[in-house]
Design a protein around this ligand. Structure first.
Ligand code: HEC
Length: 271
């Protein structure tokens, strides 16, 4: 503990003795003096104070102009409308996409064949029901004439006149139930799909797939369907790409009968 010298303790005691009112009065005097000093320097100080205080205080309020009044009183866009507007580009994107036509890629042979069949339906009927001399396809009728799709492809491509001119009578199964079909025997003329109707090999395959599987009700789980008419048919894709034609498809793919470049006699079911 530090010893406090005697003379300091004495001075302290004396100070405390004159405390209370005297001390308060002293303080009051000091305050008054300070106030007086401030008052004395007022003219110069006032300007300085006003300057330095200005940035801290609230900005002076000017009356709004007519434009500002109108702006503040305007009708504001509600929050829900803002949300709706913000998703508008997404909606527009989806809408435009929905308008795109379905591409041939998504259609496959059957989809394309249904479109090509517009070239045939005036004679054979929209459902392949047959009209006059143009035979029906439905209920398996066309499969009875052509157990092999290749014979039908050839017949459709070249038509009645070419077969008659080539002296090829039987265009389908020679053992057909109810009798073999003979070119020209119906009394009508089947136009050549290629020369007369302007169809390409791949379009002819597509329309024949439509006749066999959509109209005649062929077995879509069978080997022939997958090989020729399924969406992933390699033969269809090769014809579409132009890497194969009816003239050479039998050389490029296993187990394919010759379609050829001219009429040929039809093949029996058991071949
Ligand atoms: C101008 C009318 C006409 C048009 C168009 C027509 N056909 Fe024919 N089609 C016939 C006639 C008539 C026969 C019978 C031919 C005969 O007796 O020589 C026939 C026969 C057929 C046969 C044989 C059916 C069987 O069981 O004997 C097939 C398959 C065929 N047509 C497919 C088509 C396809 C595919 C198209 C369209 C690309 C088409 N036809 C367009 C009139 C037409």
């Amino acid at each position: 503990m530090t010893e406090i010298p005697e003379h300091l303790l004495k001075r302290s005691k004396e100070r405390r003795g004159e405390s209370g009112a005297a001390a308060t009065t002293g303080a009051a005097v000091a305050t008054t003096q300070t106030a007086a000093a401030v008052a004395a320097t007022a003219p110069a100080g006032k300007a300085a104070r006003t300057e330095s205080a200005a940035p801290a205080g609230p900005p002076p309020t000017k009356p709004d102009t007519a434009v500002v009044v109108a702006y503040k009183a305007r009708k504001k866009i509600p929050a829900w409308a803002m949300v709706t507007l913000s998703i508008l580009p997404v909606w527009a994107f989806m809408y435009v996409r929905a308008l795109q036509p379905v591409t041939a890629q998504a259609q496959g042979p059957l989809g394309e064949g249904a479109a090509v069949f517009a070239s045939c339906s005036s004679c054979h009927g929209a459902a392949g029901e047959g009209i006059g001399t143009a035979y029906a396809f439905k209920d398996g009728a066309v499969m009875a004439t052509f157990p092999h799709i290749e014979d039908q492809l050839r017949w459709v491509k070249y038509g009645t006149e070419a077969y008659v001119a080539a002296g090829v009578e039987i265009y389908g199964d020679p053992n057909r139930e109810g009798g073999a079909r003979i070119a020209g025997a119906s009394g009508g003329v089947m136009p050549a799909a290629a020369a007369a109707l302007g169809l390409t090999d791949v379009e002819i395959l597509a329309v024949v797939c439509h006749e066999r599987y959509t109209l005649a009700g062929g077995d879509v789980t069978g080997v022939e369907y997958e090989k020729w008419c399924g969406e992933t048919s390699e033969i269809f894709l090769a014809l579409e790409a132009g890497t194969a034609t009816f003239a050479n498809v039998h050389e490029q793919f296993e187990g394919v009968l010759q379609i050829g470049e001219a009429p040929l006699a039809g093949t029996a079911a058991d071949v």
